[in-house]
Design a protein around this ligand. Structure first.
Ligand SMILES: [Zn+2]
Length: 305
């Protein structure tokens, strides 16, 4: 049966949600239930039929049990007695487990005849019981085919509460479950947020780290080394020394570019401001510069781009 009652008592049990939140939840819950009221008549009649079917099924089962007690009990009692009687031969028997098997082993032939007499009786009782079982008029009670609830009732619905989206099955609609769902969803969101923050912090510290390494490269790879090969800005060809040269990451730090010699190049201050955190191809496209010309110069300087 579908329970459609909400219980205000549950409110006290949840510390993760405030009372105010839970009252809102309850009213949202009731609103949803009101929508379900489009079906009340259908639900009621189905419940009635299913209840009747179940009642009939239980009655049949009860009759079957009653028939068993009346018709089989004497035989079952007899079987039990014989089994107990067999126990006294246990010491003399190696195996008595398989009464209906072909071979029964005896340690001592002295008991053989008495034991076999009991086993014979047991066999005939077993056969009798089997044939009696077959006579049971309530042998096959079909499991009732209950009428399913109309489509829409069992449908999983998405419910939004305080910006948290939860999927709820109508049959499971109770505040206890909903509160749990919302609490776990909130935890999940919190966890995700925390993870994102850690990731951001990591990226930030990586950037700082990369720039730190870059400053050591300024010392390791001083300007004059590049000037000996090429005295022009590799991007705009202006005379480097005239435009406050800056050490640039060809592939930007913000995208994971490393402070390696092959990724660092001295360029003019103007180009540096224009390129900022663009990649080489973004930069050349944006300012309509010949990429081929830049590449030739970077090749000359042994850079990787
Ligand atoms: Zn330049």
């Amino acid at each position: 049966m579908v329970s459609r009652k909400s219980n205000i008592k549950f409110f006290k049990k949840f510390e993760a949600l405030t009372l105010e939140e839970l009252i809102k939840l309850r009213s949202a819950h009731e609103k949803l239930l009101q929508n379900e009221n489009d079906f009340p008549q259908t639900i009621k009649s189905i419940e009635k039929i299913n209840f009747h079917k179940e009642k009939e099924y239980n009655e049949q089962r009860e009759l079957s049990n009653k028939w068993h007690i009346e018709n089989l009990s004497p035989l079952i009692n007899e079987k039990y007695k014989l089994n107990s009687a067999l126990k006294q031969f246990r010491l003399g028997l190696i195996s008595i487990n398989n009464i209906f098997g072909k071979s029964i082993f005896y340690e001592n032939n002295y008991y053989k005849q008495d034991a076999e007499k009991i086993i014979k009786n047991l066999k005939s009782i077993e056969l009798l019981l089997n044939s009696k079982y077959e006579q049971n008029p309530y042998k096959h009670i079909p499991i009732p085919n209950y009428i399913p609830y109309p489509i829409g009732i069992n449908k999983i619905k998405t419910f939004r509460f305080k910006g948290v989206s939860c999927k709820v099955n109508f049959e499971e609609l109770d505040l206890l479950l909903w509160s749990k769902l919302i609490i776990s969803k909130k935890e999940e969101l919190k966890h995700k947020e925390k993870k994102l923050l850690t990731l951001k912090a990591k990226v930030a510290s990586n950037n700082i780290e990369t720039r730190k390494i870059a400053s050591t490269y300024k010392r390791k790879y001083p300007l004059y080394v590049q000037l000996e090969i090429l005295d022009r800005c590799p991007y705009c060809s202006s005379k480097l020394e005239d435009y406050k040269p800056v050490l640039e990451h060809i592939f930007p730090v913000s995208m994971g570019g490393k402070s390696t010699e092959s990724n660092l190049v001295w360029i003019c201050n103007t180009c540096n401001m224009k390129k900022s955190s663009l990649t080489l191809s973004q930069f050349t496209k944006k300012y309509k510069i010949s990429r081929k010309r830049i590449e030739n110069k970077l090749d000359l300087l042994n850079k990787i781009y």
